[in-house]
Design a protein around this ligand. Sequence first.
Ligand code: ADP
Ligand code: MG
Length: 439
Amino acid sequence: MAVHEVEGIFADILDRARVLDPANTRKWFDKLTVLRLDGGSLTIGCPDEPTAQFLHTNCKGSFTRAGQQVTGHLITVDFDVDGAKKPATASKQSLPGPALHPDYTFDNFVVGPSNRLAHASCVAVSQSPGNTYNPLFIYGSSGLGKTHLLHAVCFEAYGKFNGAVIQFLSCEDFVNRFISAIEAGNLPGFQSQFRTVDMLVIDDIQFLREREHSQEEFFHTFNALYNNGKQIILSGDSPPGKIPSLEERLISRFNWGLVARIDPPSYETRVAIVQKKARLRGIKISDDIAEYIARKVQANIRELEGALTTIYAVATTTGKDITLELAQTALEGQIKLAARHVSITDIIEVVTRHFDVRLTDLQSKKRSQSITMPRQICMYLARSLTKHSLEEIGGHLGGRDHTTVMHACNKITLAKDADPQMSALLDELARQITKPSQV
Ligand code: ADP
Ligand code: MG
């Protein structure tokens, strides 16, 4: 094949890739170009490094399959920055550590009452690192936008401060690099790498808990940067003082600057986020669909996006338009699917709470009615809500053999049929166990 032939059908390849991987579909696919075709290797041109990284990590498989299906040739696909589009300052985009996610910019972040302070402080810090809030500590539950904001700060600062050294990494990465440096006998190398940056951004700092040596090292890193007026930005799942086993001196330093909380988004913010994510993916949805999704999925924002992806996937694979009815059918399915991922631990948690007994009692040899019944109910629910075998269920509940579990299941089934109260109780427990998790 010749390059111009691929160019002629490139739009079809992109469409095919969208169908093959709805979760990673983006509107900006339209900006991609055909860069080269060497032998069977097709290189797709991207506007910048983060985009190329994103595609390389998430879309290589779907693009390769799309390319093969549309051209009918065994081509492979790769991604590179389109030289003609490379800005003169592009070299500073080759970041150390993990690549920035092209979606995670301030433009793509919806601001609402739940995240206004966190957003404003991130914007302020990106405009004037080291001079406003230092350190900046963002915290909140999982899936509420902490990582998104940290990426956005880095994007912004890169664009603004030519040549600034920005180190962005997860706390886990920091700890692992520290351990490797010790093993390699190169602690000075590690120290100079982290103590000389202009901005240090560490995601999920709660990972430092119970890691005494890493905490010690981080303490010195922090001091070196802080004393030189360099910006430090951290995120965590709880405020500094609530991170278990975090040294007092670190807690106090994390509180020196600004600590900003992100709360779960309100209904209005959720609607706006769904609309924004849909636009980003080039998906057209009406207001009533966005409102339906925002009402239906109240848990974290990652799940909100998941719902959108599911709807889009159902629409593209069935070739139907996205209507409210299609959205409802798609999401009902998804919620049932989510409900199926129940673990025995979930069951035990709900049952022990309801009967006010302890797990150790359920696992013990005690045979009093107040313990036997909850134990048998656990077995019955585990049998009906999980795919575990009788042996596995017995194992979780004090190493009982499979005949005991079978006997329990039969007994509870009989009780359920005979007693409406028992039937209602089992329904209620099952509802609590399978309800989608809320943040
Ligand atoms: P966290 O790091 O707090 O667990 P993330 O930053 O990974 O959460 O966010 C999860 C997903 O939700 C990401 O895809 C992110 O883009 C999206 N998200 C979170 N908050 C917002 C927001 N306010 N506007 C747009 N997208 C958001
Ligand atoms: Mg995160």
